[in-house]
Design a protein. Structure first.
Length: 644
Protein backbone atom coordinates (compact mmCIF):
# COMPACT_ATOMS: atom_id res chain seq x y z
CA UNK A 1 0.00 0.00 0.00
CA UNK A 2 1.22 3.52 -0.87
CA UNK A 3 -0.03 6.80 0.60
CA UNK A 4 0.51 10.47 -0.28
CA UNK A 5 0.09 13.41 2.07
CA UNK A 6 -0.65 16.22 -0.41
CA UNK A 7 -3.96 15.94 -2.24
CA UNK A 8 -4.35 17.42 -5.75
CA UNK A 9 -6.92 20.08 -4.89
CA UNK A 10 -4.75 21.31 -2.03
CA UNK A 11 -1.71 22.12 -4.14
CA UNK A 12 -0.38 25.64 -3.53
CA UNK A 13 0.74 27.85 -6.38
CA UNK A 14 4.31 26.46 -6.49
CA UNK A 15 5.67 22.96 -6.05
CA UNK A 16 8.32 22.43 -3.39
CA UNK A 17 10.85 19.60 -3.31
CA UNK A 18 13.44 19.17 -0.55
CA UNK A 19 16.72 17.24 -0.73
CA UNK A 20 18.13 16.61 2.74
CA UNK A 21 21.88 16.16 2.34
CA UNK A 22 23.83 17.55 -0.62
CA UNK A 23 26.74 15.14 -0.75
CA UNK A 24 27.48 13.20 -3.96
CA UNK A 25 24.21 11.20 -3.86
CA UNK A 26 22.11 14.30 -3.26
CA UNK A 27 24.03 16.18 -5.95
CA UNK A 28 23.37 13.49 -8.56
CA UNK A 29 19.70 13.52 -7.56
CA UNK A 30 19.50 17.30 -7.91
CA UNK A 31 21.06 17.13 -11.38
CA UNK A 32 18.58 14.43 -12.48
CA UNK A 33 15.63 16.39 -11.07
CA UNK A 34 16.62 19.50 -13.04
CA UNK A 35 17.15 17.40 -16.17
CA UNK A 36 13.63 15.94 -15.86
CA UNK A 37 12.03 19.35 -15.36
CA UNK A 38 14.03 20.79 -18.25
CA UNK A 39 12.97 17.95 -20.56
CA UNK A 40 9.33 17.82 -19.38
CA UNK A 41 8.45 21.23 -17.88
CA UNK A 42 5.90 21.54 -15.11
CA UNK A 43 2.93 23.88 -15.38
CA UNK A 44 3.67 25.47 -12.04
CA UNK A 45 6.89 26.89 -10.69
CA UNK A 46 9.19 24.65 -8.68
CA UNK A 47 11.03 25.63 -5.51
CA UNK A 48 13.89 23.26 -4.56
CA UNK A 49 15.07 23.40 -0.96
CA UNK A 50 18.58 22.03 -0.35
CA UNK A 51 19.81 21.20 3.14
CA UNK A 52 23.42 20.49 4.04
CA UNK A 53 25.31 20.46 7.33
CA UNK A 54 28.14 22.53 5.85
CA UNK A 55 28.36 25.33 3.30
CA UNK A 56 30.21 23.00 0.91
CA UNK A 57 27.20 21.93 -1.13
CA UNK A 58 27.94 19.05 -3.46
CA UNK A 59 30.47 17.39 -1.22
CA UNK A 60 30.37 15.61 2.13
CA UNK A 61 32.62 15.46 5.22
CA UNK A 62 34.58 12.65 3.58
CA UNK A 63 35.55 15.04 0.78
CA UNK A 64 35.94 18.14 2.94
CA UNK A 65 37.97 20.60 0.81
CA UNK A 66 39.77 21.86 3.94
CA UNK A 67 41.30 18.52 4.97
CA UNK A 68 45.03 17.78 4.55
CA UNK A 69 46.43 16.93 1.11
CA UNK A 70 47.86 13.59 2.30
CA UNK A 71 44.36 12.20 2.92
CA UNK A 72 43.80 10.43 -0.40
CA UNK A 73 40.75 9.21 -2.30
CA UNK A 74 40.31 5.48 -2.62
CA UNK A 75 39.76 5.44 -6.40
CA UNK A 76 42.06 6.50 -9.22
CA UNK A 77 41.08 9.94 -10.44
CA UNK A 78 40.52 8.68 -13.99
CA UNK A 79 37.36 7.02 -12.67
CA UNK A 80 35.87 10.34 -11.52
CA UNK A 81 33.44 11.98 -13.90
CA UNK A 82 30.28 13.55 -12.53
CA UNK A 83 28.98 14.24 -16.04
CA UNK A 84 28.55 10.74 -17.43
CA UNK A 85 26.08 10.59 -20.37
CA UNK A 86 22.51 10.18 -19.20
CA UNK A 87 18.94 10.60 -20.43
CA UNK A 88 17.32 13.09 -20.29
CA UNK A 89 20.30 15.36 -21.09
CA UNK A 90 21.97 17.37 -18.34
CA UNK A 91 20.20 20.72 -18.04
CA UNK A 92 23.46 22.56 -17.42
CA UNK A 93 25.24 20.83 -20.29
CA UNK A 94 27.98 18.23 -19.89
CA UNK A 95 30.78 19.45 -17.68
CA UNK A 96 34.41 18.31 -17.48
CA UNK A 97 35.63 15.02 -16.06
CA UNK A 98 37.80 15.34 -12.97
CA UNK A 99 41.01 15.03 -15.01
CA UNK A 100 39.93 17.75 -17.46
CA UNK A 101 38.76 19.97 -14.60
CA UNK A 102 42.06 19.50 -12.77
CA UNK A 103 44.08 20.42 -15.85
CA UNK A 104 41.96 23.52 -16.38
CA UNK A 105 42.05 24.55 -12.73
CA UNK A 106 45.68 23.89 -11.79
CA UNK A 107 47.58 23.68 -15.12
CA UNK A 108 50.02 21.03 -13.82
CA UNK A 109 53.45 20.83 -15.41
CA UNK A 110 52.94 17.13 -16.19
CA UNK A 111 49.47 16.06 -17.40
CA UNK A 112 47.62 13.55 -15.26
CA UNK A 113 47.32 10.04 -16.63
CA UNK A 114 44.14 9.19 -14.71
CA UNK A 115 45.91 6.49 -12.69
CA UNK A 116 46.81 8.83 -9.83
CA UNK A 117 45.25 8.90 -6.34
CA UNK A 118 44.90 12.54 -5.31
CA UNK A 119 43.63 14.17 -2.14
CA UNK A 120 40.03 13.99 -1.04
CA UNK A 121 40.18 17.75 -0.59
CA UNK A 122 40.73 18.40 -4.29
CA UNK A 123 37.96 15.94 -5.22
CA UNK A 124 35.73 17.92 -2.85
CA UNK A 125 36.56 21.08 -4.77
CA UNK A 126 35.57 19.35 -8.01
CA UNK A 127 32.20 18.34 -6.56
CA UNK A 128 31.59 21.88 -5.31
CA UNK A 129 32.30 23.21 -8.80
CA UNK A 130 29.84 20.65 -10.22
CA UNK A 131 27.18 21.98 -7.84
CA UNK A 132 27.87 25.56 -8.90
CA UNK A 133 27.55 24.63 -12.56
CA UNK A 134 24.18 22.99 -11.90
CA UNK A 135 22.89 25.85 -9.73
CA UNK A 136 23.87 28.47 -12.32
CA UNK A 137 21.92 26.84 -15.17
CA UNK A 138 18.43 26.26 -13.77
CA UNK A 139 15.53 25.51 -16.13
CA UNK A 140 12.82 28.20 -16.45
CA UNK A 141 10.44 28.33 -13.52
CA UNK A 142 12.87 26.64 -11.09
CA UNK A 143 14.44 28.32 -8.08
CA UNK A 144 16.87 26.80 -5.59
CA UNK A 145 17.50 27.76 -1.97
CA UNK A 146 20.46 26.39 -0.01
CA UNK A 147 20.23 26.00 3.78
CA UNK A 148 23.27 25.35 5.97
CA UNK A 149 22.53 23.43 9.15
CA UNK A 150 20.71 20.27 10.21
CA UNK A 151 17.22 19.02 9.50
CA UNK A 152 15.99 17.78 12.88
CA UNK A 153 12.43 16.74 12.07
CA UNK A 154 9.85 16.37 9.30
CA UNK A 155 6.26 16.83 10.35
CA UNK A 156 3.12 16.20 8.30
CA UNK A 157 1.17 19.43 7.83
CA UNK A 158 -2.04 20.63 6.24
CA UNK A 159 -0.21 21.21 2.95
CA UNK A 160 2.61 18.75 2.51
CA UNK A 161 5.29 18.64 5.21
CA UNK A 162 6.97 21.03 7.60
CA UNK A 163 10.73 20.58 7.68
CA UNK A 164 12.18 21.65 11.01
CA UNK A 165 15.62 23.06 10.35
CA UNK A 166 18.29 24.15 12.82
CA UNK A 167 20.47 26.71 11.08
CA UNK A 168 23.53 28.53 12.30
CA UNK A 169 21.60 31.09 14.31
CA UNK A 170 17.96 30.04 14.35
CA UNK A 171 15.40 27.31 13.89
CA UNK A 172 12.88 27.59 11.08
CA UNK A 173 10.14 25.59 9.39
CA UNK A 174 10.17 25.13 5.61
CA UNK A 175 7.34 23.57 3.61
CA UNK A 176 7.86 20.79 1.04
CA UNK A 177 5.62 18.53 -1.04
CA UNK A 178 8.24 15.92 -1.79
CA UNK A 179 11.38 15.02 0.18
CA UNK A 180 14.48 13.00 -0.63
CA UNK A 181 16.60 11.81 2.29
CA UNK A 182 20.24 11.71 1.14
CA UNK A 183 21.80 12.19 4.56
CA UNK A 184 24.92 10.07 4.02
CA UNK A 185 26.95 8.75 6.95
CA UNK A 186 25.57 9.26 10.45
CA UNK A 187 27.01 9.07 13.90
CA UNK A 188 25.76 6.19 16.01
CA UNK A 189 24.62 6.42 19.63
CA UNK A 190 27.30 4.78 21.84
CA UNK A 191 26.62 1.22 22.89
CA UNK A 192 27.12 0.12 26.54
CA UNK A 193 30.77 -0.80 25.96
CA UNK A 194 31.55 2.59 24.39
CA UNK A 195 29.78 4.35 27.26
CA UNK A 196 32.05 2.50 29.70
CA UNK A 197 35.09 3.72 27.78
CA UNK A 198 33.78 7.30 27.88
CA UNK A 199 33.08 7.11 31.61
CA UNK A 200 36.53 5.62 32.21
CA UNK A 201 38.10 8.58 30.41
CA UNK A 202 36.15 10.97 32.62
CA UNK A 203 37.33 9.23 35.80
CA UNK A 204 41.01 9.19 34.79
CA UNK A 205 42.53 12.45 33.63
CA UNK A 206 45.31 10.71 31.71
CA UNK A 207 42.94 8.50 29.72
CA UNK A 208 40.64 9.35 26.83
CA UNK A 209 38.24 7.63 24.45
CA UNK A 210 37.75 9.16 20.98
CA UNK A 211 34.62 7.62 19.39
CA UNK A 212 35.19 8.81 15.80
CA UNK A 213 38.22 9.97 13.82
CA UNK A 214 36.55 12.56 11.57
CA UNK A 215 37.20 15.39 11.09
CA UNK A 216 40.64 13.89 11.42
CA UNK A 217 42.62 17.06 12.20
CA UNK A 218 40.35 18.10 15.06
CA UNK A 219 39.92 14.62 16.55
CA UNK A 220 43.63 13.77 16.55
CA UNK A 221 44.66 17.19 17.91
CA UNK A 222 43.63 16.12 21.43
CA UNK A 223 46.21 13.29 21.47
CA UNK A 224 49.41 14.54 23.15
CA UNK A 225 52.90 13.85 21.82
CA UNK A 226 54.46 10.87 23.57
CA UNK A 227 51.14 9.15 24.29
CA UNK A 228 50.36 5.52 23.64
CA UNK A 229 47.32 5.31 21.35
CA UNK A 230 45.25 2.23 20.57
CA UNK A 231 43.07 2.17 17.45
CA UNK A 232 40.08 -0.13 17.07
CA UNK A 233 39.89 -0.83 13.36
CA UNK A 234 42.73 -1.07 10.83
CA UNK A 235 40.93 0.19 7.72
CA UNK A 236 40.93 3.37 5.67
CA UNK A 237 39.88 5.61 8.56
CA UNK A 238 42.75 4.25 10.66
CA UNK A 239 45.25 5.14 7.93
CA UNK A 240 43.88 8.69 7.73
CA UNK A 241 44.25 9.11 11.49
CA UNK A 242 47.77 7.65 11.58
CA UNK A 243 48.95 9.94 8.78
CA UNK A 244 47.57 12.92 10.70
CA UNK A 245 49.51 11.84 13.82
CA UNK A 246 52.76 11.46 11.85
CA UNK A 247 52.96 13.28 8.54
CA UNK A 248 50.45 15.81 9.82
CA UNK A 249 52.75 16.58 12.77
CA UNK A 250 55.82 17.29 10.71
CA UNK A 251 57.18 13.82 10.05
CA UNK A 252 58.31 12.94 6.54
CA UNK A 253 58.60 9.96 4.21
CA UNK A 254 61.31 9.48 1.61
CA UNK A 255 62.16 6.78 -0.90
CA UNK A 256 65.38 4.93 -0.02
CA UNK A 257 67.56 2.21 -1.53
CA UNK A 258 65.53 -0.85 -2.46
CA UNK A 259 62.50 1.27 -3.33
CA UNK A 260 60.97 1.27 0.15
CA UNK A 261 59.79 4.30 2.11
CA UNK A 262 61.59 5.46 5.24
CA UNK A 263 60.05 7.66 7.94
CA UNK A 264 61.81 10.51 9.71
CA UNK A 265 60.05 11.54 12.92
CA UNK A 266 59.47 15.14 13.97
CA UNK A 267 59.27 14.41 17.70
CA UNK A 268 55.62 15.45 17.88
CA UNK A 269 54.23 11.96 17.28
CA UNK A 270 52.67 9.64 19.86
CA UNK A 271 55.11 7.26 21.49
CA UNK A 272 53.29 4.22 20.11
CA UNK A 273 50.33 3.57 17.81
CA UNK A 274 48.67 0.22 18.57
CA UNK A 275 46.10 -0.94 15.99
CA UNK A 276 43.76 -3.89 16.46
CA UNK A 277 40.81 -5.58 14.77
CA UNK A 278 39.23 -9.03 14.46
CA UNK A 279 41.80 -10.25 11.93
CA UNK A 280 44.64 -8.00 13.06
CA UNK A 281 45.63 -7.40 9.43
CA UNK A 282 45.75 -4.07 7.60
CA UNK A 283 44.02 -3.66 4.26
CA UNK A 284 45.71 -4.89 1.11
CA UNK A 285 46.56 -2.07 -1.31
CA UNK A 286 44.76 -1.76 -4.61
CA UNK A 287 46.35 -3.13 -7.75
CA UNK A 288 48.38 -0.45 -9.49
CA UNK A 289 46.75 -1.35 -12.81
CA UNK A 290 43.17 -1.52 -11.53
CA UNK A 291 41.04 -0.81 -14.62
CA UNK A 292 37.94 1.37 -14.46
CA UNK A 293 35.93 -1.42 -16.12
CA UNK A 294 36.44 -5.08 -15.26
CA UNK A 295 36.29 -8.15 -17.46
CA UNK A 296 32.73 -9.46 -17.97
CA UNK A 297 31.71 -12.26 -15.66
CA UNK A 298 31.53 -15.83 -16.87
CA UNK A 299 29.92 -17.84 -14.06
CA UNK A 300 28.44 -15.32 -11.59
CA UNK A 301 26.09 -13.81 -14.17
CA UNK A 302 22.55 -12.45 -13.85
CA UNK A 303 21.40 -15.32 -16.05
CA UNK A 304 23.03 -17.92 -13.80
CA UNK A 305 21.49 -16.38 -10.70
CA UNK A 306 18.08 -16.18 -12.35
CA UNK A 307 18.32 -19.89 -13.15
CA UNK A 308 19.20 -20.71 -9.54
CA UNK A 309 16.27 -18.65 -8.27
CA UNK A 310 13.95 -20.45 -10.68
CA UNK A 311 15.23 -23.80 -9.46
CA UNK A 312 14.53 -22.71 -5.89
CA UNK A 313 10.94 -21.98 -6.78
CA UNK A 314 10.92 -18.53 -5.22
CA UNK A 315 12.63 -19.58 -1.99
CA UNK A 316 15.31 -17.36 -0.52
CA UNK A 317 18.86 -18.25 -1.50
CA UNK A 318 21.80 -19.18 0.68
CA UNK A 319 25.08 -17.47 -0.29
CA UNK A 320 27.42 -20.25 0.90
CA UNK A 321 25.46 -23.04 -0.74
CA UNK A 322 24.02 -21.43 -3.87
CA UNK A 323 26.32 -18.54 -4.84
CA UNK A 324 29.77 -18.92 -3.29
CA UNK A 325 30.68 -21.80 -5.66
CA UNK A 326 30.08 -19.46 -8.64
CA UNK A 327 32.25 -16.77 -7.06
CA UNK A 328 35.05 -19.27 -6.53
CA UNK A 329 34.83 -20.28 -10.19
CA UNK A 330 35.17 -16.63 -11.24
CA UNK A 331 38.23 -16.26 -9.03
CA UNK A 332 39.82 -19.40 -10.42
CA UNK A 333 39.24 -18.24 -13.99
CA UNK A 334 40.89 -14.87 -13.36
CA UNK A 335 43.81 -16.49 -11.53
CA UNK A 336 44.63 -19.01 -14.25
CA UNK A 337 44.20 -16.45 -17.00
CA UNK A 338 47.20 -14.63 -15.55
CA UNK A 339 49.30 -17.76 -15.01
CA UNK A 340 48.56 -19.36 -18.35
CA UNK A 341 49.08 -16.15 -20.28
CA UNK A 342 52.63 -16.16 -18.94
CA UNK A 343 53.38 -19.79 -19.81
CA UNK A 344 51.49 -20.95 -22.90
CA UNK A 345 48.57 -18.68 -23.71
CA UNK A 346 45.00 -18.76 -22.50
CA UNK A 347 43.26 -20.15 -25.59
CA UNK A 348 42.54 -23.58 -24.06
CA UNK A 349 41.15 -21.91 -20.94
CA UNK A 350 38.98 -19.44 -22.85
CA UNK A 351 37.63 -22.21 -25.07
CA UNK A 352 35.98 -23.83 -22.04
CA UNK A 353 33.53 -20.92 -21.79
CA UNK A 354 31.22 -21.26 -18.80
CA UNK A 355 31.68 -25.04 -18.58
CA UNK A 356 33.25 -25.44 -15.12
CA UNK A 357 34.21 -29.07 -15.66
CA UNK A 358 35.95 -28.22 -18.93
CA UNK A 359 37.79 -25.36 -17.23
CA UNK A 360 39.02 -27.68 -14.47
CA UNK A 361 40.27 -30.24 -17.03
CA UNK A 362 42.30 -27.50 -18.72
CA UNK A 363 43.64 -26.30 -15.35
CA UNK A 364 44.57 -29.81 -14.18
CA UNK A 365 46.45 -30.43 -17.41
CA UNK A 366 48.26 -27.11 -17.12
CA UNK A 367 49.33 -27.75 -13.51
CA UNK A 368 50.56 -31.22 -14.41
CA UNK A 369 52.78 -29.70 -17.10
CA UNK A 370 53.88 -26.86 -14.79
CA UNK A 371 54.43 -28.39 -11.33
CA UNK A 372 56.07 -25.20 -10.02
CA UNK A 373 52.82 -23.31 -10.45
CA UNK A 374 50.59 -23.11 -7.38
CA UNK A 375 46.96 -24.18 -7.51
CA UNK A 376 44.54 -21.40 -6.60
CA UNK A 377 43.62 -21.49 -2.92
CA UNK A 378 40.48 -19.53 -2.05
CA UNK A 379 41.01 -19.99 1.68
CA UNK A 380 44.53 -18.56 1.61
CA UNK A 381 43.49 -15.60 -0.55
CA UNK A 382 40.47 -14.91 1.65
CA UNK A 383 42.14 -15.45 5.03
CA UNK A 384 45.97 -15.64 4.94
CA UNK A 385 46.15 -16.52 8.64
CA UNK A 386 43.66 -19.37 8.68
CA UNK A 387 44.29 -21.77 11.57
CA UNK A 388 47.87 -20.59 12.15
CA UNK A 389 48.90 -20.01 15.77
CA UNK A 390 51.47 -17.53 17.06
CA UNK A 391 53.75 -18.00 20.05
CA UNK A 392 54.10 -14.31 20.86
CA UNK A 393 52.92 -10.86 19.93
CA UNK A 394 56.29 -10.19 18.34
CA UNK A 395 55.86 -13.20 16.06
CA UNK A 396 52.48 -11.92 14.96
CA UNK A 397 53.88 -8.42 14.32
CA UNK A 398 56.61 -9.94 12.12
CA UNK A 399 53.92 -11.86 10.22
CA UNK A 400 51.98 -8.62 9.61
CA UNK A 401 55.11 -6.87 8.36
CA UNK A 402 55.81 -9.69 5.89
CA UNK A 403 52.16 -9.66 4.88
CA UNK A 404 52.34 -5.95 4.02
CA UNK A 405 55.54 -6.49 2.03
CA UNK A 406 53.87 -9.26 0.03
CA UNK A 407 50.69 -7.30 -0.63
CA UNK A 408 52.67 -4.24 -1.77
CA UNK A 409 54.56 -6.49 -4.20
CA UNK A 410 51.28 -7.96 -5.48
CA UNK A 411 49.77 -4.51 -5.95
CA UNK A 412 52.80 -3.42 -7.98
CA UNK A 413 52.46 -6.48 -10.22
CA UNK A 414 48.80 -5.63 -10.60
CA UNK A 415 46.03 -7.71 -12.07
CA UNK A 416 48.07 -8.27 -15.20
CA UNK A 417 51.00 -9.81 -13.34
CA UNK A 418 49.57 -11.32 -10.15
CA UNK A 419 47.01 -14.08 -10.40
CA UNK A 420 45.84 -13.68 -6.80
CA UNK A 421 45.23 -9.97 -7.31
CA UNK A 422 43.26 -10.63 -10.49
CA UNK A 423 41.23 -13.29 -8.66
CA UNK A 424 40.19 -11.28 -5.61
CA UNK A 425 39.50 -8.12 -7.61
CA UNK A 426 36.75 -9.84 -9.61
CA UNK A 427 34.69 -9.18 -6.46
CA UNK A 428 34.14 -5.66 -7.85
CA UNK A 429 31.90 -7.16 -10.52
CA UNK A 430 30.52 -10.07 -8.50
CA UNK A 431 29.27 -7.69 -5.80
CA UNK A 432 27.19 -5.76 -8.34
CA UNK A 433 25.38 -8.90 -9.47
CA UNK A 434 25.03 -10.17 -5.89
CA UNK A 435 23.32 -6.90 -4.99
CA UNK A 436 20.39 -7.83 -7.23
CA UNK A 437 19.81 -10.94 -5.11
CA UNK A 438 20.68 -9.59 -1.67
CA UNK A 439 18.37 -6.57 -1.78
CA UNK A 440 14.87 -6.79 -0.33
CA UNK A 441 15.42 -10.20 1.21
CA UNK A 442 16.63 -12.34 -1.69
CA UNK A 443 18.92 -14.22 0.69
CA UNK A 444 17.67 -16.01 3.78
CA UNK A 445 17.98 -13.93 6.99
CA UNK A 446 20.82 -16.14 8.26
CA UNK A 447 22.69 -15.93 4.95
CA UNK A 448 22.08 -12.18 4.70
CA UNK A 449 23.69 -11.74 8.11
CA UNK A 450 26.67 -13.93 7.19
CA UNK A 451 27.30 -12.02 3.96
CA UNK A 452 27.25 -8.61 5.65
CA UNK A 453 29.00 -9.53 8.89
CA UNK A 454 31.46 -12.22 7.75
CA UNK A 455 32.19 -12.05 4.02
CA UNK A 456 31.90 -8.32 3.37
CA UNK A 457 34.44 -7.18 6.01
CA UNK A 458 37.02 -9.71 4.83
CA UNK A 459 36.50 -8.93 1.16
CA UNK A 460 36.65 -5.23 1.94
CA UNK A 461 40.11 -5.77 3.45
CA UNK A 462 41.54 -7.62 0.45
CA UNK A 463 39.72 -5.78 -2.37
CA UNK A 464 38.85 -2.20 -1.41
CA UNK A 465 42.12 -1.14 0.18
CA UNK A 466 43.98 2.15 -0.19
CA UNK A 467 46.47 3.07 -2.93
CA UNK A 468 49.84 1.36 -2.57
CA UNK A 469 51.55 4.50 -1.27
CA UNK A 470 49.46 4.45 1.92
CA UNK A 471 50.38 0.87 2.81
CA UNK A 472 54.01 1.72 2.03
CA UNK A 473 53.74 4.56 4.54
CA UNK A 474 52.17 2.27 7.13
CA UNK A 475 54.97 -0.25 6.63
CA UNK A 476 57.56 2.52 7.05
CA UNK A 477 55.93 3.50 10.35
CA UNK A 478 56.08 -0.12 11.50
CA UNK A 479 59.78 -0.30 10.66
CA UNK A 480 60.34 3.03 12.44
CA UNK A 481 58.88 1.51 15.62
CA UNK A 482 55.91 3.88 15.77
CA UNK A 483 53.17 1.38 14.79
CA UNK A 484 53.00 -1.84 16.80
CA UNK A 485 50.91 -4.81 15.58
CA UNK A 486 51.88 -7.15 18.43
CA UNK A 487 48.38 -7.12 20.01
CA UNK A 488 46.45 -6.45 16.80
CA UNK A 489 44.63 -9.79 16.55
CA UNK A 490 41.27 -9.52 18.31
CA UNK A 491 42.35 -8.48 21.81
CA UNK A 492 40.06 -7.82 24.73
CA UNK A 493 40.01 -4.16 25.79
CA UNK A 494 40.06 -3.85 29.58
CA UNK A 495 39.92 -0.46 31.31
CA UNK A 496 42.60 -0.69 34.01
CA UNK A 497 41.44 1.30 37.05
CA UNK A 498 44.80 0.88 38.81
CA UNK A 499 46.97 2.38 36.08
CA UNK A 500 44.30 4.60 34.52
CA UNK A 501 44.79 3.24 31.02
CA UNK A 502 43.35 0.72 28.57
CA UNK A 503 44.83 -2.77 28.57
CA UNK A 504 44.76 -4.82 25.36
CA UNK A 505 45.15 -8.55 25.86
CA UNK A 506 45.14 -11.28 23.17
CA UNK A 507 43.85 -14.50 24.67
CA UNK A 508 45.10 -16.61 21.74
CA UNK A 509 48.65 -15.21 21.63
CA UNK A 510 50.78 -15.86 24.74
CA UNK A 511 52.13 -12.71 26.35
CA UNK A 512 50.49 -10.38 23.83
CA UNK A 513 49.59 -7.49 26.14
CA UNK A 514 49.87 -3.72 25.72
CA UNK A 515 48.62 -0.59 27.44
CA UNK A 516 47.46 2.72 25.99
CA UNK A 517 46.25 5.99 27.52
CA UNK A 518 44.07 6.84 24.51
CA UNK A 519 41.59 4.54 22.79
CA UNK A 520 40.25 5.57 19.36
CA UNK A 521 37.39 3.94 17.46
CA UNK A 522 38.77 4.17 13.91
CA UNK A 523 35.86 2.41 12.23
CA UNK A 524 33.28 4.09 10.06
CA UNK A 525 29.98 3.13 11.71
CA UNK A 526 27.63 0.94 9.70
CA UNK A 527 24.12 2.35 9.24
CA UNK A 528 21.84 1.51 12.13
CA UNK A 529 18.50 3.28 12.10
CA UNK A 530 17.61 2.44 15.68
CA UNK A 531 20.96 3.74 17.01
CA UNK A 532 21.30 6.72 14.67
CA UNK A 533 22.40 9.80 16.57
CA UNK A 534 20.66 12.21 14.17
CA UNK A 535 17.54 13.73 15.77
CA UNK A 536 15.83 13.56 12.35
CA UNK A 537 15.67 9.78 12.23
CA UNK A 538 14.86 9.43 15.92
CA UNK A 539 11.93 11.80 15.51
CA UNK A 540 10.63 10.14 12.34
CA UNK A 541 10.88 6.74 13.98
CA UNK A 542 9.14 7.89 17.16
CA UNK A 543 6.34 9.39 15.07
CA UNK A 544 5.94 6.11 13.19
CA UNK A 545 6.87 7.65 9.82
CA UNK A 546 9.61 5.10 9.14
CA UNK A 547 10.91 1.82 10.45
CA UNK A 548 14.05 -0.35 10.15
CA UNK A 549 14.17 -2.89 7.35
CA UNK A 550 13.88 -6.56 8.35
CA UNK A 551 14.68 -9.60 6.26
CA UNK A 552 12.28 -12.24 7.49
CA UNK A 553 11.02 -15.67 6.52
CA UNK A 554 7.35 -16.25 5.67
CA UNK A 555 6.85 -17.93 9.04
CA UNK A 556 5.66 -15.49 11.71
CA UNK A 557 8.10 -16.93 14.25
CA UNK A 558 10.90 -17.59 11.75
CA UNK A 559 14.39 -16.05 11.70
CA UNK A 560 14.77 -12.32 11.07
CA UNK A 561 17.70 -10.07 10.35
CA UNK A 562 17.86 -6.28 10.62
CA UNK A 563 20.94 -4.92 8.79
CA UNK A 564 20.31 -1.35 10.00
CA UNK A 565 18.84 0.10 6.81
CA UNK A 566 15.66 2.15 6.54
CA UNK A 567 12.73 0.14 5.22
CA UNK A 568 11.53 1.28 1.81
CA UNK A 569 9.49 0.16 -1.18
CA UNK A 570 11.37 -1.79 -3.79
CA UNK A 571 10.99 0.28 -6.95
CA UNK A 572 10.86 3.90 -5.84
CA UNK A 573 12.45 3.70 -2.37
CA UNK A 574 9.48 5.34 -0.64
CA UNK A 575 9.99 5.11 3.11
CA UNK A 576 7.75 2.59 4.84
CA UNK A 577 5.98 3.59 8.05
CA UNK A 578 5.41 1.58 11.21
CA UNK A 579 2.24 0.07 9.70
CA UNK A 580 4.06 -1.17 6.62
CA UNK A 581 2.64 1.52 4.33
CA UNK A 582 4.87 3.24 1.78
CA UNK A 583 4.82 7.05 1.63
CA UNK A 584 5.25 8.29 -1.94
CA UNK A 585 6.17 11.79 -0.72
CA UNK A 586 9.39 10.78 1.09
CA UNK A 587 12.15 8.74 -0.53
CA UNK A 588 15.63 7.67 0.57
CA UNK A 589 18.94 7.17 -1.22
CA UNK A 590 22.50 6.23 -0.34
CA UNK A 591 23.98 5.23 3.00
CA UNK A 592 20.67 4.92 4.94
CA UNK A 593 19.74 2.07 2.57
CA UNK A 594 23.08 0.22 2.99
CA UNK A 595 22.58 -3.30 4.27
CA UNK A 596 19.41 -3.80 2.29
CA UNK A 597 21.07 -2.45 -0.83
CA UNK A 598 24.86 -2.56 -1.25
CA UNK A 599 27.48 -0.43 -2.96
CA UNK A 600 26.35 2.97 -1.67
CA UNK A 601 29.74 4.04 -0.34
CA UNK A 602 31.20 5.53 -3.50
CA UNK A 603 31.16 8.59 -5.72
CA UNK A 604 29.59 6.86 -8.70
CA UNK A 605 26.23 7.94 -10.05
CA UNK A 606 23.45 6.04 -8.33
CA UNK A 607 20.96 4.77 -10.92
CA UNK A 608 18.19 5.43 -8.43
CA UNK A 609 18.74 9.20 -8.64
CA UNK A 610 17.25 9.14 -12.14
CA UNK A 611 14.42 6.83 -11.09
CA UNK A 612 13.51 9.15 -8.22
CA UNK A 613 13.65 12.30 -10.34
CA UNK A 614 11.45 10.84 -13.08
CA UNK A 615 8.91 9.57 -10.57
CA UNK A 616 8.67 12.75 -8.51
CA UNK A 617 8.17 14.90 -11.64
CA UNK A 618 5.58 12.43 -12.93
CA UNK A 619 3.68 12.71 -9.65
CA UNK A 620 3.71 16.50 -9.75
CA UNK A 621 2.46 16.52 -13.35
CA UNK A 622 -0.35 14.14 -12.38
CA UNK A 623 -1.32 16.45 -9.53
CA UNK A 624 -1.31 19.42 -11.86
CA UNK A 625 -3.57 17.53 -14.24
CA UNK A 626 -5.92 16.59 -11.40
CA UNK A 627 -6.05 20.19 -10.22
CA UNK A 628 -6.74 21.34 -13.78
CA UNK A 629 -9.61 18.86 -13.99
CA UNK A 630 -10.99 20.21 -10.70
CA UNK A 631 -10.90 23.75 -12.07
CA UNK A 632 -12.67 22.67 -15.26
CA UNK A 633 -15.35 20.94 -13.23
CA UNK A 634 -15.96 23.88 -10.93
CA UNK A 635 -15.67 26.76 -13.43
CA UNK A 636 -16.25 25.22 -16.84
CA UNK A 637 -12.98 26.75 -18.07
CA UNK A 638 -10.69 24.75 -20.33
CA UNK A 639 -7.00 25.59 -20.87
CA UNK A 640 -6.13 24.35 -24.35
CA UNK A 641 -2.41 24.75 -23.64
CA UNK A 642 -2.36 21.75 -21.31
CA UNK A 643 0.31 19.30 -22.38
CA UNK A 644 -0.36 15.83 -21.06
Amino acid sequence: MITSRTQPAELPIAHSIAIVGLGPKGLHSLERLLAEVNARPLRRSLQIELFNRTADFGTSPIYDPAQPEYILVNVSIGELDFWTPVDPPIAAGKGPSFVDWYHGTFSPEAPLTGNEYLSRAVVGRYLIDCFRRIRNALPPGVTVRSHVGEVVDIEPGDLGYKIHFAGRNDRVEIRADKILLATGHSRIVPDPEEKRYQEFGVRHSGAAFIPFVYPVVESMASIPRGAKVAFKGVGLSFIDAVLELTEGRGGSFERVAGGWLSYTASGNEPLSIIPFSRSGLPMAPKADDLPPFMRPLTFFTPEALAEIRQQKGGQKLDFDRDLLPLFKLEMELQYYRVLMRTDKGVEPLESSGNDAEAMHRVVDSYLLENPSRKRFDFTEAFDPIGERCFDSGKEFAVFVEKYMEREIARARLGQGGCGVKAAVDIWYEVRKVLGSVLKFGGLSPESHRRVLEYYFPRLKRIVFGPPTINIEKLLALVRAGLVDFSVARNPRVLPDETYGCFELRCDDIPGAVARAEVLVDARYPAPNMLRDAMPLYRNLYNRGMLRPYQNRTPLSNGPRYSPGAIDMTERFHFVVDSNGVGNEDISVIGIPTEGNLVGNKNLARDDYSGVWAAEVVRQLRCRERALEDDLVTTSGLVDSSWDA
